[in-house]
Design a protein around this ligand. Structure first.
Ligand SMILES: [Zn+2]
Ligand SMILES: [Zn+2]
Length: 178
């Protein structure tokens, strides 16, 4: 997905695109690393306008992934959706500035050179940011029994985990008292 500078200088540019995740190398790296698998194409909608000396690109990306719960190891589906606004300023000289995240994390400042802006890396980046580092099938996931490995979401396995729980409680107490 590309914004042509000459066009956006004249009027607003609206772009929308549906691309398979396999077209984004960084997303494929995530799949290879086993972090997730993409179950839907990546859809992106971006509106770009020229403002004073920069391009303001506001958009939304959506896709869906299959994740593995970090507590109970169950696989589950999750939708991914992210909205973003990027200010692209023309790079002075040869080097492109590093991306800078402004105080509001939704606003990103970046630079471009040449006569168009390629949004592809930013679309991939927005998807990556939405994928949890430690996925949970649900906030209240009980995880697996440390003794027998049973999925505690499915019910009590009958193991005596009292000792472990007491130790945990004691540790928590010490932290609070500090
Ligand atoms: Zn879980
Ligand atoms: Zn058990």
């Amino acid at each position: 997905m590309k914004i042509e500078i000459e066009k956006v200088k004249k009027k607003q540019v609206d772009l929308s695109e549906v691309e398979p995740a396999s077209h984004f190398p960084t997303l494929m790296e995530m799949e290879k690393a086993g972090e997730c698998s993409f179950t839907a194409p990546v859809t992106a909608q971006v509106s770009a306008v020229w403002e004073y000396d920069h391009v303001r690109a506001a958009g939304k990306v959506e896709t869906a992934v299959r994740l593995t719960c970090s507590r109970c190891l169950a696989e589950y589906q999750s939708s991914v959706s992210s909205e973003f606004t990027i200010f692209y300023t023309e790079a002075k000289g040869e080097e492109l500035d590093e991306e800078v995240e402004l105080s509001d994390e939704e606003l990103i400042s970046a630079s471009y050179s040449g006569d168009e802006i390629d949004l592809t890396p930013e679309i991939a980046e927005q998807v990556m940011l939405e994928i949890p580092y430690k996925p949970l099938c649900k906030e209240s996931c009980l995880g697996l029994c440390p003794q027998c490995g049973a999925d505690l979401n499915a019910g009590e396995c009958g193991c005596d985990r009292g000792g472990i729980n007491l130790k945990m409680a004691a540790l928590k107490k010490i932290k609070i008292e500090k």
